[in-house]
Design a protein around this ligand. Structure first.
Ligand SMILES: C=C(O[C@@H]1C=C(C(=O)O)C=C[C@H]1O)C(=O)O
Length: 363
């Protein structure tokens, strides 16, 4: 006669199996975390590997002898893969140098007394799209300095869509921009596009800009990471927030922790604006990283009539500053003449933002 086991007895066995399963699951989790770490070290930001998951499911199916159906067993294992992937990715994120999990307090840059990020009042980075002439830079710097702007921008190397467009003044532009900024007590930020130019740009600029089109240029990111200059890193045209933060990670991983993130709008199907300003990216970057985040309203909108509301919105979601293009005569500018502000336009812009900027506007 077969001995009928009691429910209590059977449940005790189930409890023990649960404990064993949990131990095995935990052990599996630890191994998976190691795989995740190895992937990160190999520079594979994408941890998901459907082919590998599929291979395991096939093997599990072939080994399955019941009583569960293969569909049921596979569903359970798919859940395990999903949890494993989450674990891999969250462990990996935890180790990112840009992450608040590694450094909880805000990074505050202090560049020759100009503070950016954390509790510092929002900063304005302003100036023409391209450096074109001595007169243009002189007028712009004098005007902006009088308005209390501390950071002068201007491109000497221009990433133009057409190879026949104005390509910038190069080294002459660097020398001009840095001299004029210094004369007016401002910092000078300019874009560097080529690893070969990082040294010369760092010699003249106080802040190196990596532009949207170069956000995925990993060699350039590493090179500016080795330069002893703060870096303003724009988000790529079609970059996800994760890709943008990994780009910043490249710079930090080379030992340069002075990075300012700059959201500048992303490409969407919308045609009434040049790009679509992604405000959730600003809020998320502030939440997930300790780096200062600023917003380039000029490129985000691509049209002057939206600059004030977009700048207000950016500051409302926690941006540490605004980047805006200002030119003495936008109509005759050699690049971006649709979207730069003239001085009268900037007067209105800064007046509209004065309370949000928490600093005196103009003199
Ligand atoms: C652990 C890995 O990463 C992920 C998780 C898997 C798993 O839990 O088995 C399988 C493939 C990947 O989606 C791996 O690639 O082996």
């Amino acid at each position: 006669m077969t001995h009928q086991r009691s429910i209590e007895d059977l449940r005790a066995e189930v409890d023990q199996i649960n404990r064993d399963l949990l131990k095995l699951l935990s052990k599996r989790g630890e191994v998976v975390a190691q795989i995740g770490h190895a992937k990160t070290q190999e520079g594979r930001p994408n941890h998901y590997d459907p082919a590998r998951e599929d291979k395991q499911l096939k093997e599990i199916e072939s080994l399955n002898e019941g009583p569960f159906t293969s569909a049921a067993v596979k569903a359970i294992f798919k859940e395990i893969f999903k949890a494993s992937l989450d674990l891999e990715e969250s462990n990996d994120k935890k180790q990112l140098l840009v992450s608040r999990k590694v450094k909880s307090e805000d990074t505050v840059l202090d560049i020759d007394g100009v503070r950016i990020g954390g509790d510092a009042p929002p900063i304005i980075v302003a100036g023409p799209c391209s450096i074109e002439s001595e007169e243009q830079m002189e007028q712009t710097a004098a005007y902006l300095a009088a308005k209390g702007v501390k950071i002068l921008r201007g491109g000497a190397y221009k990433p133009r869509t057409s190879p026949y467009g104005f390509q910038g003044m190069g080294v002459d532009g660097l020398i001009l921009g840095s001299r004029v900024a210094k004369e007016h007590g401002m910092l000078f930020v300019t874009e560097v596009m080529d690893t070969r130019d990082v040294e010369i740009v760092a010699e003249h600029a106080d802040i190196l800009q990596v532009g949207a089109r170069n956000m995925h240029n990993f060699a350039l990111l590493r090179e500016v990471g080795r330069a002893r200059r703060p870096v303003l890193l724009k988000r790529g045209l079609s970059a996800t927030i994760e890709e943008w933060l990994y780009a910043a990670e490249y710079i930090l991983s080379e030992g340069n922790s002075e990075v300012i993130l700059c959201e500048r709008g992303i490409r969407t199907y919308e045609k009434w604006t040049r790009n679509t300003l992604d405000l959730s990216a600003v809020a998320l970057a502030k939440q997930e990283t300790h780096l200062p985040v600023i917003v380039d309203v000029t490129h985000a909108a691509g049209r002057r009539d939206l600059l004030i509301p977009l700048a207000k919105a950016a500051l409302a979601v926690g941006a540490d500053g605004i980047h805006v293009e200002v030119h003495p005569s936008p109509a005759t500018a050699l690049s971006d003449n649709e979207q730069q502000l003239d001085f009268a336009g900037y007067d209105k812009f800064s007046d509209a933002l004065s309370t949000l900027l928490r600093q005196p506007v103009g003199v």
